[in-house]
Design a protein around this ligand. Structure first.
Ligand code: GCV
Length: 751
């Protein structure tokens, strides 16, 4: 054992080959001890034995092996041994053998992945050498293309669990589901369930540049090592694919929507093909962002006019070429005529004309085109939150069948809270996709804890009233409302090269939850938060209750200390970390005052019928409710109304006092989270415990900064004292205005 450990210390190894790592189970458990006694972190390169490595190994000869730490690499797929004897006794007989049943009944790379996963998981959790066999079964029509069924049934005199599906990928999803049941302590002795994804294309959108930088990425650099591809394939690609498949995601957009046409050249397509090959066994298709001006930049054409036949021909040929490299290529995502990206407007053409031309190029290969509705312009007089509505509703019905208009959850830009985007209720003749942001651009990057499940659930459950009550965003985007045959959901990834994938250890929950909600948009954030916690920190009830409580309240906490009561876009300029209600930019729509509209009378944007009429972009039921300052929900009040400082709130307090106390409440809530987290000492591993604890300390201090900066600034308009219960600021306003952070991760301007 100790010799092995010495060997392991010397061998900075392919830790990321998870199946191998899980087979080395004892090593997996011991490895973090090496870190705890001061060894350098293992790199993925093969290293020669080092003195430090040997010393570490020798130290371990005398080091008690009781210590156990985690660096987060294994995500929610930890497969720790179940210590509960009663549970073990229940599981072992139920898992006599596992049958993988598909119509073909032959092994494939995908079924091999399922077998490897089951072997690793069952061995890890139960010490069971699973008997897994593949059989030809009747096509399981009720589970569709990707669903699965799990059944406990006797077979050949043994208790057996049958995982059946119409395609191999369904079996892989079923295998992950079975392992999840065991990880969460659910019984498996009477299984009889089916599960079918509600949305067809469940994608992670990476805003990764070809130079490795991730726009709005806070967990290191890109996972894609473009320079080393296609020859070298980092084993981490497989681990990424495993993680994706384990939560049911089936698409990855490799590149930033602020696109680089180079990725469409043969030199890069070879690399894209290598990634696609790594991901294919896990059911993940690759997609790319298409720069609209690519025909000029890499094609030598003089124009990118979508109605120019030479341009259309160029894209058709380009699509043919891409499919020759990647036969199952998913399609393109396009950001056009927004934030400086080229688009059809340059040629007097519409978004529909631009999108359709690209869609026609993809159509012969079955590809789809996701055209983003995140459009706004500096010289547009229309309120920014109404611009996409104005540009896109007139195009409803003009898009090809393989076009999906991809819409951010809110009409502005992934704020801590926004109303849902009005386009979800206003384009009945167009396929619409929901774009969520998993990376926390406006919610404290990967420094603050903000579990986004409740935010996403709030959006999915929002009623557009498009076809009467019950026309929720969830039903619009999964195709149920209009019986659509193509449905898409996308999440802007929070992954990166950090050892723990997401920077903040608890931000893994956001990746996990996005996948689970993409599969089943009716799941509650609470259920998913508990599930993730059990898989990530173990099933001890007190731990699960505490972590789930921390997670579930954390988004509202961020809202409270940063942008309460419907405030929005008052963050620092550029990097978007920390407060900046005073930010003044030559572009009004990049200035905070454009959004908060603070003056001596009050605070908040005037978006009712007598203002910019954003309320009028929603169904009449909502417009009426939101137009009236008395019936507008308080959590959106300052989004829709310019509210007098002495307006009486539901609490009986005036707006100014309420605002101050909300900021204070946010700070107090962070402190409660800190105390709750502290109560986990000794109950979870020391490494993640300490990491989160340190980040929470920073979050508390940042929350105080938010409160003080915003209240001092708004006080210059409100001219009222801070009410009792709000802590006195530590600094004056000038101090906060002078704070200039440099090299904030993910900020494209700072490199
Ligand atoms: C990728 C916001 C972000 C940009 C991002 C843009 C988008 O404006 O700050 O970094 O660009 O949204 O979604 O296209």
């Amino acid at each position: 054992m100790n010799l092995l450990l010495i060997h392991f210390a010397m061998r900075a190894s392919a830790w990321s080959d998870v199946s191998a790592a899980l087979r080395r189970d004892s090593l997996a458990d011991d490895r973090p001890n090496l870190l705890r006694v001061g060894c350098a972190k293992p790199s993925r390169r093969k290293a020669a034995p080092t003195i430090a490595g040997i010393v570490c190994g020798l130290l371990l000869l005398v080091w008690p092996v009781a210590l156990h730490a985690e660096d987060g690499y294994r995500l929610w797929l930890r497969y720790e041994r179940i210590g509960d004897e009663k549970l073990l006794a229940a599981y072992l007989p139920a898992l006599g053998q596992i049958v993988l049943s598909t119509p073909a009944g032959t092994d494939s790379a995908t079924l091999a992945a399922a077998r490897t996963e089951l072997a690793a998981g069952l061995d890890g959790m139960l010490g069971l050498k699973a008997v897994v066999i593949v059989v030809a079964g009747a096509p399981a029509s009720a589970v569709g293309e990707e669903g699965y069924s799990l059944q406990t049934t006797p077979r050949d005199g043994r208790r057996t669990i049958v995982i059946s599906a119409s395609r191999d990928i369904g079996v892989l999803y079923g295998a992950f589901a079975l392992l999840r049941l065991i990880q969460t302590g659910e019984p498996v002795d009477k299984l009889n369930l089916t599960s079918v994804p509600k949305i067809q294309r469940r994608m992670l959108d990476h805003w990764d540049n070809l130079n490795g930088f991730i726009e709005r990425g806070y967990a290191g650099f890109s996972l894609w090592q473009w320079f080393q591809l296609p020859e070298y394939r980092d084993p981490r690609y497989r681990d990424y694919a495993r993680a994706m498949a384990s939560i049911g995601l089936n698409g990855t957009v490799l590149t930033n929507v602020n696109a680089n046409a180079l990725v469409l050249t043969p030199a890069y397509l070879e690399k894209v093909a290598a990634l696609a090959e790594e991901f294919r066994p896990y059911g993940i298709r690759v997609y790319l962002t298409a720069r609209f001006s690519a025909p000029i930049e890499i094609g030598g054409l003089k124009t990118a006019d979508p109605l120019d036949p030479a341009v259309a021909a160029w894209w058709r040929k380009k699509a043919d070429e891409i499919y020759s490299y990647v036969p199952d290529f998913g399609g393109f995502v396009v950001k056009a005529n927004s934030e400086g990206q080229p688009g059809p407007h340059e040629y007097g053409r519409t978004h529909a004309e631009g999108a359709n031309m690209l869609a026609d190029a993809l159509e012969p290969h079955g590809g789809i085109l996701m055209w983003r509705a995140f459009v706004y312009a500096a010289d547009n007089e229309t309120d920014r939150v109404n611009q996409a509505y104005k540009q896109f509703t007139v195009l409803d019905g003009q898009f090809r069948d393989n076009v999906v208009v991809q819409i951010k959850n809110g009409p502005l830009d992934f704020m801590p809270r926004e109303p849902f985007h009005p386009l979800f209720g206003a384009m009945p003749h167009t396929r619409l996709a929901l774009e969520l942001q998993i990376t926390q651009e406006y919610l404290g990057l990967s420094v603050h804890l903000a579990y986004l499940g409740p935010l996403w659930q709030e959006v999915l459950d929002s009623d557009t009233f498009a076809q009467g009550p019950g026309s929720t965003v969830a039903r619009v985007i999964d195709g149920r409302l209009y019986e659509r045959d193509l449905s898409v959901i996308a999440g802007v990834a929070n992954t990166g090269s950090d050892r723990n994938w997401t920077g903040h250890p608890l931000a893994q929950a956001n990746w996990y939850t996005f996948g689970r909600l993409a599969w089943d948009n009716t799941l509650s954030a609470e259920v998913v938060a508990r599930e993730w916690t059990q898989m990530t920190f173990g099933r001890a009830p007190a731990t699960v209750a505490t972590v789930a409580k921390i997670l579930l309240g954390s988004r509202e906490t961020v809202v409270n200390y940063s942008m309460p009561l419907g405030l929005h876009h008052i963050m620092a300029e550029g990097h978007h970390y920390g407060p900046g209600p005073w930010v003044h930019h030559e572009r009004p729509d990049w200035s905070s005052s454009y959004y908060h509209q603070a003056d001596e009378i009050g605070l908040g944007a005037n978006r009712g019928a007598k203002g910019s009429n954003a309320t009028g972009t929603y169904a009449k039921e909502l417009a009426a409710r939101w137009d009236d300052i008395e019936t507008c929900p308080e959590n959106l009040l300052l989004w829709f109304h310019h509210v007098p400082w002495d307006h009486r709130m539901k609490s009986g307090r005036i707006l100014w006092d309420e605002l101050c106390l909300r900021y204070q409440q946010g700070v107090d809530e962070v402190r409660t989270i800190q105390r709750d987290w502290d109560s986990l000492a000794g109950k979870i591993d020391a490494e993640r415990y300490a990491h989160v604890q340190a980040l929470l300390r920073r979050q508390e201090s940042d929350a105080c900064d938010w409160r003080e900066a915003c209240l001092l600034y708004f006080q210059t308009f409100a001219k009222r004292p801070l009410p009792a219960g709000v802590e006195a600021p530590a600094h004056d306003l000038a101090y906060y205005e002078a704070v200039k952070l440099r090299y904030v991760p993910g900020h494209p301007g700072d490199y």
